[in-house]
Design a protein around this ligand. Sequence first.
Ligand code: ARG
Length: 455
Amino acid sequence: TVQKYTASVEFDKKLAIYDIQASQAHAEMLQHKKIISSSDFKKIRNGLHKIKKEIEKGNFKWSIALEDVHLNIENRLTQLIGDSGKKLHTARSRNDQIATDLRLYLRDQIDEIRLKIALLRMEFVKKAELHCDIIMPGLTHLQVAQPINFGHHLLAYEAMFARDDERLADARKRVNRMPLGSAALAGTGFPIDRNRVAKNLKFDSLCENSMDAVSDRDFVIEVTSSLALTMVHFSRISEEIVLWMSSNFNFITISDKFCTGSSIMPQKKNPDVPELARGKTARVVGSLVTLLTLMKSQPLAYNKDNQEDKEPLFDAVETVSNTTKIFIELIANIRPNPKEMRDAALKGYPTATDLADYLVNKKIPFRDAHEIVSKIVSFAIEKNLLLNEIPLLTLQKLCPVIDQKIFKFINLKGSVDSRKHIGGTSSKQVLKQAKKLNLEISKTITEIEKFKTQK
Ligand code: ARG
């Protein structure tokens, strides 16, 4: 039926507490500006308070016939306090109301997600410190490339989630602006005080064009785009966890809690959680595409199309929030198998670049060095030897400038620890990074906590 088609209450009731919060601030301002009487205001204030309690206790009766969260609450208010309830909607429209509710909701969600991301980053740092001596193969094209330490690999993910946090923090600035007062689209003739309401609701500033304020949802798109990227990052580490857990790699184990068995193959332990996270990335990317498409070509000002923004946004927020929460534990639970990692690193001739660099230091041009090393590696493959198992005399036959010191460069640890510059994979550098990151993350947490108490 049409009623069911047009109603949004089933999903926008999630915004009820924000709707009430904004209505309280609006009513207070109406009274202050003598647009409504103080007796009306008191009734409204107490009525809204009562409704909030009803909703919290689950006693509130939501009705599809009343279309959305706004009309449900307003209707109940009038039931409770009579004609005074009908005055709440003075100088306001559902158009500026919904835009305001959505921003209040999103501001809270950003802070919650940022806190979880901070805790996740902490886990990466803790693990990196713990495992900065475990050597594994670093891959390009999924082929063994150069040895790295496991801590360095983990900190690469920390860096991705750190940028996700930055993006959310930046988007929050544009979320935290108040549309209320824009009314339907053109503002209102009543002598309202928008700054008073904004201050009361702890908005940083006002949306300064009423038509833009009620119609654009770029702030929703921006946050969802940041959330989509966060999921893309989760999908990347998920993919690695799945690979690392497979018996072909056997680099790590994770707690059974994150896995399930197969209903037919008794030997199996399937990495369900990382697989699901990889899959759920599709939902959030889908939400982003939905929202972009929803906004595209909308004429000014408010259009009912925008009612369709809520479900994809809520879904994206919940998916990222739950995924982050679970990954905090999952990362804390990763147990590496250093021997398997090391063996895999040895197999792929990962120190070939170090050998070439060594020759360059002996004044051989890099391109020539590259070719000499190719020959050495071919020889090693043919004889089934690791690089450091080739006798010095044989090496010297292939390239006379090589001396005994070569073996220091072509062992795994020597290779890893020679990369000790900022951003390099040496154990020392990883520990240094970890120390810096610990401070950075603590600072971020303090900043978010401050936002939370300001609200
Ligand atoms: N349910 C609407 C939404 O989600 C609220 C605003 C409706 N405004 C209107 N004039 N019908 O966007």
